[in-house]
Design a protein around this ligand. Sequence first.
Ligand SMILES: Cc1cc2nc3c(=O)[nH]c(=O)nc-3n(C[C@H](O)[C@H](O)[C@H](O)COP(=O)(O)O)c2cc1C
Length: 209
Amino acid sequence: MSDTEFDRKPNNDARNIAPILPCYDDLAASCAYGWSMLERGVKDRKSAFHTPSVATITTAGHPTIRTVVLRGCDTNAKTLRFHTDTRSGKIAELTENPNAAMHFYDAGAKIQLRLAVKLETLSGDAYDTAWAATRPMSRECYQVTQSPGSSIDEPYQVAFDADATRDGEDHFVPVAAHVYQMEWLYLAARGHRRALFDFAADTQNWLVP
Ligand SMILES: Cc1cc2nc3c(=O)[nH]c(=O)nc-3n(C[C@H](O)[C@H](O)[C@H](O)COP(=O)(O)O)c2cc1C
């Protein structure tokens, strides 16, 4: 028998009831709280939402998943942003199939978000703004001359060249994740709360946890 927060049955004993968020029984407020956590995830490096997982489908048709750093959140536009290398697997994957999923879990808050997203590489002003905001340490990642994920005989064969890669800009690409669904799961001793927010259909519903 496992004993995770999720396995616990509702407990109405007042002595066991932890402080609960005001959005607990409020659909719209739960959605707003989810977006506020995403906004905080961009700014707060210690937030669990700073490093979500992004799942795509490989060009061979299999699901795959990886961690990224959350770099942007536009709540009104329902869009998130992360940065990557143009030569990475995820770029080939999103070019073939832009449908993807993002996963966030904050163990302290006991809140999980599952997002259905469409990925899009950014260009123009959005590209320039994202590149201008990158720190020297982040730029170094994009200065590697070989493609990320390519085989090498030993680990010291990785070569960086700032000049040949224009400081890394040649391989840098910001990716927008347009969120069309958010599934909210809030674990609580008095009863879990699960909800689905569909931004494309403009609907919101409670779900059985
Ligand atoms: C904490 C953490 C943060 C990461 N952030 C990024 C990121 O922002 N962008 C990125 O491309 N890869 C990031 N990575 C590496 C990816 O998880 C992955 O290994 C790499 O991008 C190759 O993925 P792909 O071959 O599926 O494209 C991060 C890994 C960790 C553990």
